[in-house]
Design a protein around this ligand. Sequence first.
Ligand code: HEC
Ligand code: HEC
Length: 229
Amino acid sequence: MPRKVYLMYLQKIRMSMVGAAAVLCLVSVPPSIAADGAAAKEFQAAVALTPDPANGVRLYETCRACHNADGSGTVDGNVAAIAGQHYRVVLQQLVDFRHDRRWDIRMEHFVDKHHLTSAQELADVAAHVASLPRPWPPSFGDGNDLQAGSRAYLARCAGCHGATGQGSNASKTPRIAGQHFAYTVRQIQDAADGRRPNMTGTHTRIVSQLSFEEINGMADYLSRLASRD
Ligand code: HEC
Ligand code: HEC
């Protein structure tokens, strides 16, 4: 290849790489920023409203099929226990499922804009979920790693999730005590593998450092704790 042609060829490759990078930026960055902005806006709009409890009961009819009338979820850990979860946490999760910030095909469908049509409806149903008493007991683990699990929990997680896994409404930290064992294991694994995009990088790092025994024991320990606010 003559030198001039070769240089032009190189330049063309470089240009197309720059072009591809520019296109990638255009395609990938703005939608996720837009989604985060839209999610934050929807949360702010809903949290400023006063929930209507009667309408919350009515809207919860759709949720019962999977979460049960008492919000207990399923013992196989497929469906989360949601009763008594903090109001602001429930609201945030619903918003995140609506804006591709949390992934589950069933939830994305049943909390989309056709099912919950406004910020007011989000507030109403979230308040009903938060008002339900957390049923007891959930399903537990095998009991083999409770010591390793409780030690790791108190050292690494209790600072945010609380000594009894009670979480906090003010800081929007989930209550993770009294949850089905298998659900918690799956969420920790999903978080470690980056399948919970709404979590911070710090959170992903913390949970990805846990050993199998620590995850097994921690989820088991938390399932046996009746959390207290
Ligand atoms: C078709 C079944 C189905 C229906 C209907 C459904 N959910 Fe869910 N929900 C699930 C599943 C499955 C999960 C767990 C998703 C995951 O693994 O991340 C979940 C998770 C949740 C969570 C997150 C729990 C947590 O611990 O973070 C909340 C909150 C929730 N659902 C509320 C609702 C509300 C409110 C409704 C009704 C408007 C509803 N769900 C309807 C199946 C359903
Ligand atoms: C810096 C504070 C902080 C620390 C430390 C922390 N978490 Fe979290 N955690 C949060 C917040 C905030 C959320 C809610 C994120 C979201 O919306 O998904 C969360 C969410 C979770 C969830 C999802 C709950 C659900 O219902 O789906 C699990 C499980 C969890 N954390 C486990 C842990 C474990 C295990 C540790 C310790 C190894 C830990 N966290 C350490 C703040 C923290």
